[in-house]
Design a protein around this ligand. Structure first.
Ligand code: SF4
Ligand code: SF4
Length: 571
């Protein structure tokens, strides 16, 4: 078992998609969002169909994550941040996500190499346009891919990151862009509506905008130099991600205390290290002028996550980054200050505790686009985007050029602080007595609730239909051990460590303790499996007495219907 994900090769993604959509789902999601043809909003110079999407994070790392967000209603994609340090050189402690109530994480930039990340974004770019046509979800290309890079000038100007930026601006000569086109050309007969004309119309200009992420404590002059460079030399519409520390220690402490987050621990010193409000406002004014002269858009993103201490070892690192509902008053509070300082004339994009019950109020303040992360990690997962997109479709759309309404933001902050919705939830626990395990295979769920399927950002848990009903199957290759599914399992299991698992190879199976199976190389329909203490060979469809019936049903179903789950093809 590895905490490294294995990207799905492009042709295998096509195979997976074309097979799964026949059953009305895509990566386990069935609530597809169909855009209203006349409903468009101008975001960062592009006309898109909804002003929402996944924030740079676990939902924008792999191609299938971006595609799942698209079919559920996302149209603005803040791609996961890349930095000079990447791949194997970047260590992320695991588990890295805790989203039971407010959210915490200790992951920050992509776990892929920068090159792999670029490939994932190109694959998603193409396939989103295929899905737009094939599933009649909207106009192909009516989306924004917003790149995100970090974290200092030296890294951003390094050849690796510079190449990443330039290739996303124009991918026309990139091998992966050309290969994807070639593969799609070979698969045109597999599509009913996506045509050669649609393929020819896929633009190589994937990104024209950036959200800049700098480290907490990054000096103000360096932030200004980087943004100036992105605006003037790279010609990118740019959002600068700001920190909630702009609010000052006292205000942050009192907001969190008022809402029941008095246990959240952080030092006053981190506020002094971050950008101070007065210097921030002066800098933002200068950058706004620079952008105007350069003919590009400049705005801020409210906000970055908030670093706090992991006092109770919630996650393995001593510091973790707070997000979700506890961040909501801080991000909106910081947005209020900026909106007031600029008389609503500085575009503000948003991430911080947005969900289906507050997204309309946030949107009505003029803040847009709105990105979501923690809420999508909760039961329902990507489907939550669908609810948000539908709610917003009842509103009049206007782009970021109209600015923000300070009074509305102020009223919203007051409402949040005086209401009960954003308060810390009282912990509850399920005291249910589970029945005795009915079969020899201890990795099976008693009740297949599907929660671990919806909450997984990487689509690494799937429900499959077997002769005796739905079964949950964990996909080892797509899991990066973020730990999120363990927070929500009704059987108090850690599904990614304890449930029956499909491995891409024998080596992957050997490296894991999970019960599960893989294909025997070179032999059709023959599988190697580990179940309980035993290791066995099983040929699909045989009534092999040593193999539990529940396990046979899963393997038979995979052999017949779900062979695409073996995306690293060997046989
Ligand atoms: S299966 Fe669980 S641990 Fe693995 S990526 Fe999905 S949510 Fe994270
Ligand atoms: S592993 Fe847990 S969350 Fe997943 S389907 Fe089974 S009971 Fe539900």
């Amino acid at each position: 078992m590895s905490d490294r994900m294995q990207p799905i090769p492009f042709s295998a993604l096509i195979n997976w998609i074309t097979r799964e959509v026949k059953s009305g789902t895509l990566f386990g999601c069935r609530n597809f969002y169909t855009a209203e043809p006349e409903k468009k909003i101008s975001i960062l110079g592009r006309e898109i169909e909804t002003p929402i999407g996944p924030a740079a994070g676990p939902h924008t790392q792999l191609a299938q994550n971006l595609l799942t967000a698209y079919v559920c209603g996302g149209r603005y994609f803040e791609l996961k941040t890349v930095q000079q340090l990447d791949g194997e050189d970047l260590t992320v402690s695991k588990p890295c996500i805790l989203a039971e109530d407010e959210g915490y994480n200790c992951e920050w930039s992509t776990e892929l190499t920068v090159e792999q990340a670029f490939e994932e974004y190109v694959k998603a770019w193409y396939l989103m346009q295929v899905l737009a046509r094939e599933l009649k979800l909207g106009a192909p290309g009516a989306v924004v891919f917003n790149m995100s890079v970090g974290y200092n000038m030296e890294g951003i100007q390094s050849p690796k990151i510079d190449r990443f930026i330039e290739q996303l601006k124009d991918a026309s000569a990139c091998p992966v862009f050309l290969q994807c086109r070639e593969v799609l050309e070979q698969h045109l007969q597999d599509f009913s509506l996506f045509t050669r004309e649609d393929l020819d119309a896929v633009s190589p200009h994937i990104c024209s905008s950036m959200t800049l992420s700098t480290m907490h404590g990054c000096p103000a002059d360096e932030i200004e130099r980087i943004v100036t460079y992105l605006l003037t030399e790279k010609g990118l519409n740019t959002y600068l991600k700001c920190n909630p520390t702009l609010l000052g220690y006292e205000r942050v402490r009192s907001m969190l205390d008022a809402l029941g987050y008095d246990y959240v621990a952080f030092d006053e010193s981190q506020f002094q290290a971050d950008l101070q409000l007065e210097e921030a406002i002066a800098m933002l004014q200068r950058l706004q002028d620079t952008a105007r002269e350069a003919g590009v858009l400049f705005g801020v993103k409210m906000t970055n996550t908030f670093p706090v201490k992991a006092q109770n070892r919630e996650l393995p690192d001593p510091m973790m980054y707070m997000s979700g509902k506890a961040l909501l008053p801080l991000s909106l509070g910081a947005a209020e200050i900026i909106s007031r300082s600029f008389d609503g004339k500085l575009p503000i994009s948003y991430s911080g505790g947005a969900d289906a019950l507050n997204i309309e109020a946030i949107f009505e303040t003029g803040i847009r686009p709105i990105t979501i992360c923690t809420d999508l990690l909760k039961p329902g997962g990507y489907h939550r985007l669908n609810t948000m997109a539908k709610k917003l479709s009842g509103h009049t759309y206007w782009g970021e050029e109209k600015g923000t309404d300070t009074k509305k933001i102020e009223a919203l902050v007051k409402e949040i602080l005086s209401g009960t919705r954003t308060r810390k939830m009282t912990p509850f626990s399920i005291q249910r007595q589970l029945p005795e395990i009915p079969c020899e295979c201890k990795e099976q769920c008693h009740t297949v609730c599907g929660c671990c399927v919806t909450v997984c950002p990487n689509r690494a848990n799937v429900l499959i239909h077997t002769v005796s009903g739905n079964k949950m199957l964990h996909l080892d290759g797509l899991c990066n051990e973020c730990g999120n599914c363990a927070s929500f399992c009704i059987e108090k299991s850690a599904p990614y460590l304890e449930k029956f698992t499909l491995f891409q190879s024998e080596a992957d199976m050997e490296a894991s303790q999970n019960g599960g199976f893989t294909r025997k190389e070179g032999e059709k329909s023959c599988y190697l499996l580990r179940c309980g203490a035993g290791r066995m060979e099983y040929r699909a469809g045989e009534n092999s007495s040593g193999v539990p019936e529940a396990v046979r049903e899963i393997i038979d179903a995979v052999d017949e219907e779900y062979e695409y789950l073996f995306y690293l093809k060997k046989n």
